[in-house]
Design a protein around this ligand. Structure first.
Ligand SMILES: O=C(O)CCC(=O)C1=CC=C[C@@H](O)[C@@H]1C(=O)O
Ligand SMILES: [Mg+2]
Length: 368
């Protein structure tokens, strides 16, 4: 791929409104934009999506900067690669740190697609010209949640995801279901429950939820398998699925009926595609999860979600869901509940250089 330089831009931007879950609140989002340049001056972009604190996984922006600076980019400096799939192989010697790996690997995929003058969607084997868009309602009260739902349905989103926990579950969901009897609703628990809550979780069966996401332990597939046998609502796994093998074991055990694939959580597009291809074979529907990310990661998600098996609207919302102004041009927009998949080379979005500059708090440059 004849890479000559890697640059990191650490950026920070306030959310338009706090993103509230039982695990904590995200008000300002830091992120890492990875820019790779080749000897022709062509550039590819990736995004490290770890949060500033380790509330979702063990990674943070700081651990990602360390891994990129001291481990992953040095690997690239000593091992030239010809195809992005080789990165996943090269990074195997590094345990976990998937979001740092994905930040670099996705930049390689964008650059590679541009070098082939093909869209990233095409290069990945995507067949969809548009992807269905869902949105997350992360509110701390029923009133605020209902306000958000009404506004998002006016924007055309096809499905709503709400955050639940023992403090906010049956009554909260029943009130929403009463107002929207046919609305596709996904409830994300982010591991707020245990098997002791079986009755609480079984009570949700009557609300006709699309699925319940990650009700039990963040690294569990055994108890989820036991739970799935006891409840009708399909279980979707998110945090538990960090590798292809996690997905294979979860499917074999019956731990879930749906998988939320997040490029950052699984270490990049190569692994995300492997999980997708396996789930298609096993007839397990998948959808593309979100990470309250900026436009570069959103663009990679759109390309991934253009693969045939992404049959459920993902957490791929418009740039305006979180940001006053995104770092890409054009911004991601949702029309009639779908996002058009770009046909131009690579991720199909340009960098908004002005916005990147004004949101950058630090940069690092590495010759390759
Ligand atoms: O980015 C989006 O649109 C949704 C983000 C989102 O719902 C999540 C991001 C990270 C952790 C969780 O709070 C939640 C999830 O578990 O999917
Ligand atoms: Mg989730």
């Amino acid at each position: 791929m004849k890479i000559t330089a890697v640059e990191l831009f650490i950026i920070k931007m306030p959310l338009k409104a706090p993103f509230i879950t039982h695990l904590g609140t995200v008000q300002d989002r830091e992120g890492i934009i990875v820019k790779i340049t080749d000897q022709e001056g062509m550039t590819g972009y990736g995004e490290g999506v770890a949060f500033s604190t380790p509330w979702y996984t063990e990674e943070t922006v700081k651990t990602s900067i360390h891994m990129l600076t001291d481990v992953l980019i040095p690997v690239l400096q000593t091992h030239p690669i010809d195809h992005p799939d080789e990165a996943a192989e090269l990074f195997k010697s590094v345990r976990r740190n998937n979001m740092a790996k994905a930040g670099l690997e996705t930049a390689l995929w964008d650059l590679y697609a541009k070098q082939q003058a093909l869209s990233l969607s095409k290069i990945l084997g995507g067949t969809r010209q548009e992807v269905a868009s869902g949105v997350v309602v992360a509110a701390d009260s029923l009133t605020n949640a209902l306000k958000q739902i009404e506004s998002y349905l006016e924007d055309g989103y096809q499905r709503i995801k709400v955050k639940i926990s023992p403090e906010q579950d049956y009554r909260f969901l029943a009130e929403i279901r009463k107002r929207y009897p046919l609305l596709p609703i996904l409830a994300d628990a982010n591991s707020a429950y245990s098997l002791d809550d079986l009755d609480r979780l079984r009570a949700l069966d009557e609300l006709n939820l699309l699925m319940i996401e990650q009700p039990l332990g963040h690294d569990d597939i055994i108890e989820h398998a036991r739970l799935q046998k006891q409840i009708k609502t399909p279980i979707c796994l998110d945090e538990s699925i960090v590798t292809f093998d996690d997905a294979r074991k979860a499917v074999e055990l019956g731990s879930c009926k749906v998988i939320n694939i997040k490029v950052g959580r699984v270490g990049g597009l190569s692994e995300a595609k492997r999980i997708h291809d396996y789930c298609v074979e096993q007839e397990i529907p998948v959808w593309c999860g979100g990470m309250i990310e900026f436009g570069i990661s959103r663009a990679h998600n759109i390309a991934l979600a253009s693969l045939q098996g992404f049959s459920i609207p993902g957490d791929i919302s418009a740039s305006s869901r979180f940001w006053e102004e995104d770092i890409i041009l054009p911004e991601v927009s949702v029309e009639n509940g779908v996002i058009q998949v770009p046909n131009s080379p690579g991720i199909g979005f340009a960098i908004n250089e002005k916005r990147l500059k004004e949101t950058t708090i630090a940069t690092k440059v590495f010759p390759i």
